[in-house]
Design a protein around this ligand. Structure first.
Ligand SMILES: *Cc1c(COP(=O)(O)O)cnc(C)c1O
Length: 404
């Protein structure tokens, strides 16, 4: 044990060059992540830059957390201004930026109330707790391939066994049904079901959009059985699919709507919006120290204003549709099983593994994501220049041709 805080040892970490730092990170990080052999130091719009100044086209948006791209001027200006006022202000006090943001978000989602937190998993934790409180029931019906986060409650509703099983026992009374299968959903929802939880487009599970009518039928079923409908828009929210929220495509009203990722413009933030059937929570029933902090609220407000005052959402719908048509017409059938998605949330299901494809894309200057082991997922920032988008598409096409 060192006798005191060793400032000399810490100083060496500031002097290390980029290669040393990657090794240092390997040595000290938890080990919980697969890491790519790439150090990102800067981002601008839909471009990422590595330590050598090489530029990459970003088709990952920080796992979907920067729909407005990196360094959006409206977000930066709002954050800088807010930093000069105050950054932390727990919800025991009122705060004007939070007041404005909550109203703006509730208006945008057409839901009366909101609980603010700091991540997607936390948003789903809140939704599960609120659903139990509001219904007095404990059952949750989730979907196969569904992803709702990694904390114990949210994890309980996440399908992937390798995420879940090492941590059993999780919270009880969660059942999984196949996505887009109404009969199985109907059979699973009973008078002990507190809520059905669904993504309008399954993200991590392979980019599977809800079929026409599925979400509406899920909502009708929830109403009929006295259960609530939780819609998880952590990944699909804030314009990603060509609507502010993806459930707007299906014209439904969630009882609980969870959001995070892109909501704070890059500042960690999450929320659980609360519908009329749920109503207000009782004081002290839930809480979060950083939830609703003014810095995140200022970022969130800039995101909502930017989306409202630009055509980024319509552009995402249009560009996404064109890109998917292009892929369907041009990607080689020998390597590609299916192209699916909504707006700029696109999944390309491969016949083989996605990992080597991702490595080759990175070598050629395109950063993309997997969604499971065989789906290539593209989530470019909505601000991506058309030139960059089509350049990335051409590189994807080339790499998949060569993979045949
Ligand atoms: C990413 C994601 C989450 C978890 O969000 P975190 O901020 O990583 O906790 C939950 N649900 C969906 C649909 C997601 O895509």
């Amino acid at each position: 044990m060192p006798e005191a805080y060793d400032s000399a040892a810490v100083a060496t970490t500031f002097d290390a060059d980029a290669l040393d730092l990657a090794a240092l990170e390997e040595a000290h990080s938890s080990g919980a992540y697969f890491k790519r052999d790439l150090t990102i130091v800067r981002g601008q719009g839909a471009r990422l830059f590595d330590a050598e100044g090489r530029s990459y086209i970003d088709c990952a948006s920080g796992q979907g957390s920067s729909n407005l791209g990196h360094g959006h001027p409206a977000v930066l200006a709002a954050l800088r201004a807010q930093m000069d006022e105050i950054m932390v202000c727990p919800e025991m006090f009122h705060n004007p930026v939070r007041a404005r943001y909550q109203a703006a978000l509730c208006n945008a989602a057409q839901m009366p109330r909101v609980f603010l937190c700091n991540s997607g998993a936390e948003a789903n934790e809140a939704a599960i707790k609120f659903a139990r409180l509001a219904t007095g029931r404990t059952g949750i019906v989730s979907t196969m391939r569904g992803f709702h986060g990694r904390t114990m409650g949210a994890l309980s509703t996440t399908w992937e066994k390798t995420y879940r099983e090492p941590f059993a026992p999780l919270i009880p009374d969660v059942t999984f049904v196949p996505y887009n299968n109404l009969e199985r959903l109907s059979a699973a929802v009973t008078d002990e079901t507190a809520a059905i939880i669904l993504e309008p487009v399954q993200g991590e599970g392979g980019v599977h959009p809800a079929q026409e009518g599925y979400l509406q039928a899920a909502q009708a079923l929830a109403y009929e059985r006295g259960a609530l409908l939780i819609v998880d828009e952590v990944q699909t929210g804030f314009g990603r699919t060509g609507a502010l929220f993806a459930h707007e495509h299906d014209r439904i009203r969630p009882d609980l709507l969870t959001v995070a990722k892109s909501m704070g413009g890059g500042i960690p933030m999450g929320a659980c919006l609360i519908g009329e059937r749920v109503g207000a929570m009782t004081p002290a029933s839930h809480g979060s120290t950083f939830g609703g902090n003014p810095l995140a609220c200022a970022g969130g407000l800039a995101v909502l204003e930017t989306l409202a005052n630009s055509d980024l959402i319509g552009r995402a719908r249009d560009l996404g549709a064109r890109l998917m048509d292009h892929f369907r017409a041009h990607l080689p059938e020998g390597t590609v099983r299916e192209v699916r998605g909504r707006g700029l949330m696109i999944g390309i299901e491969l016949r083989g593994k996605v990992a080597p494809v991702l490595r080759e894309l990175q070598t050629r200057g395109v950063i993309a994501l997997p969604a499971g082991s065989t789906v290539l997922r593209l989530l470019p920032p909505l601000v991506i220049e058309e030139d960059d988008l089509w350049r990335a598409a051409a590189i994807v096409e080339e790499v998949l041709r060569n993979a045949a």
